[in-house]
Design a protein around this ligand. Structure first.
Ligand code: GDP
Ligand code: MG
Length: 162
């Protein structure tokens, strides 16, 4: 079976937008309203001729009440099914408590993790990236899922560990 890459992160950081960027088509539902539950989550992806299964764990996004607990479950779920994890963080917001909680789960999981510093739409946004080293998961990779900026380098890095 194909290697599995799970995309994790709190609602609204751009997971589904990044999934669509990787797929090269619009399939994952992008929502301006965080927390909307979606049921379609696994996709057959291909990057530079390598096939893998891409899981958008945003499909398990809980409602606002249950979010804190379920977000950790999302990360644990990703650890159980994935060969590698892509943690998406909103670089413009920085590290939230939820991001830090997810990062702790991923640190203990023993699977390779690549950090996507999303919403770096221009060179000005690069200033926000270095702070994300504090997640403790290695180098944060600047990307704009919306515009495609940096997505090639990010995916090359992901395929190195997948
Ligand atoms: P998810 O909840 O993590 O799956 O996030 P979505 O993919 O649904 O995106 C949430 C919002 O962030 C949408 O309005 C997206 O258009 C926006 N967004 C996603 N990626 C980027 C990006 O790279 N730059 C900017 N400016 N907005 C983004
Ligand atoms: Mg989503």
């Amino acid at each position: 079976s194909l290697p599995v890459l799970a995309v994790v992160g709190r609602p609204n950081v751009g997971k589904s937008t990044l999934v669509n960027r990787i797929l090269g088509r619009r399939e994952a539902v992008v929502q301006d309203v965080p927390g909307v539950t979606r049921d379609r989550v696994a996709y057959d992806a291909n990057w530079n001729g390598r096939r893998f299964t891409l899981v958008d764990t945003g499909g398990w996004e809980p409602d606002a009440q249950g979010r804190a607990a379920a977000i950790a479950n999302q990360a644990r779920y990703a650890m159980s099914v994935a060969d590698a994890v892509l943690l998406v963080v909103d670089a413009r917001v920085g590290i939230t408590d939820t991001d830090a909680a997810v990062a702790r789960v991923l640190q203990r999981g023993g699977k390779p993790v690549v950090v996507a510093a999303n919403k770096v739409d221009d060179t000005k946004g690069e200033a926000d990236v270095a702070e994300l080293w504090r997640l403790g998961l290695g180098e944060p990779w600047p990307v704009s899922a919306l515009h495609g900026r940096g997505s090639g380098d990010l995916l090359d890095k992901v395929l190195e560990v997948l």
